[in-house]
Design a protein around this ligand. Structure first.
Ligand code: ADP
Length: 254
């Protein structure tokens, strides 16, 4: 198992960006990305994964980001999460300029302020459902069984805490992942194709649940998806293209 960072009862006090430049300042933005570029080099070949991408997500918003395969969606999520660093540009998450964090601080920041939901669930097969959900709290040194139970109830799995992941369907596993992503009350939830492995009926249920849980927990969400049906659950839909991020046509919630 990965090494837990030192136990802390209180969230780590990250320094809020003291004086963001005017272009970065938005009322209560939880995520501000400005002019991001990322180029990968593979031998003599270079790939421009992102060329000058900017995106702002306000507090409490649920924003969907669509775009064709290869348009840089996963790269953008990795940069926002501090898993990779941009070649140029700036990212501020919950008032913290990601450039000010070294790798260890970025890890702690992610554990405390960010939740993740992935296409392939990423549940640990040898842990019970309840222990999977409790993992972010355990890693932060603040186990809270009542909170874990409340999140299991919120995703409709209150009676499945003792089950092992192999006993659950794909839709149920993604509900476990949603509970895990929000159990530590992150400010920002990042979801990467969360319905990509689900049948249409389960996908619709999971995306509605994700939205409800994000809103109920006062979180902000950025959802990356290919699926128009999934994106239609969002407050706002954006498209990532070679020209950057642009507003996508308005969507009506079903
Ligand atoms: P999307 O998530 O929209 O499918 P990605 O962010 O995965 O797009 O990829 C954007 C581009 O960057 C693609 O051309 C991809 O091949 C390239 N790319 C992504 N990650 C790497 C990497 N680690 N090394 C080399 N190229 C990469």
């Amino acid at each position: 198992m990965a090494t837990a960072h030192p136990s802390t009862a209180q969230p780590t006090p990250f320094t809020r960006t003291a004086a963001p430049d005017a272009a970065m300042t938005t009322t209560a933005a939880i995520l501000e990305a400005r002019d991001l570029t990322k180029r990968y080099r593979l031998g003599a070949t270079t790939v421009d994964a992102l060329r000058g991408v900017s995106l702002t997500v306000g507090e409490g918003e649920f924003v969907a980001l669509m775009g064709p395969s290869g348009s840089g969606k996963s790269t953008l999520l990795n940069l926002i999460a501090g898993l990779e660093r941009p070649d140029a540009g700036r990212i501020v998450v919950d008032g913290v300029d990601m450039r000010t964090l070294d790798d260890d601080a970025a890890t702690v920041f992610r554990r405390e302020r960010v939740g993740f939901v992935f296409q392939s669930f990423h549940v640990l097969p040898y842990l019970s459902v309840a222990d999977n959900v409790a993992l972010p709290l355990a890693l932060a040194g603040r186990r809270d069984d009542a909170r874990t139970r409340a999140m299991l109830d919120a995703v409709g799995l209150g009676d499945r805490g003792a089950s092992l992941p192999r006993e659950l369907s794909g839709g149920e596993l993604q509900r476990v992942a949603i509970a895990r992503a929000l159990v530590h009350a992150p400010r920002l939830l990042l979801a990467d194709e969360p319905t990509g492995n689900l049948d249409p009926e389960s996908a619709a249920q999971v995306i509605a649940l994700l939205r409800d849980c994000v809103k109920a927990n006062g979180a902000t969400a950025l959802l990356v998806t290919h699926s128009h049906a999934a994106a239609s659950a969002a407050d706002r839909m954006m498209a990532l293209t070679a020209r950057g991020v642009q507003a996508a046509p308005a969507v009506r919630r079903a």
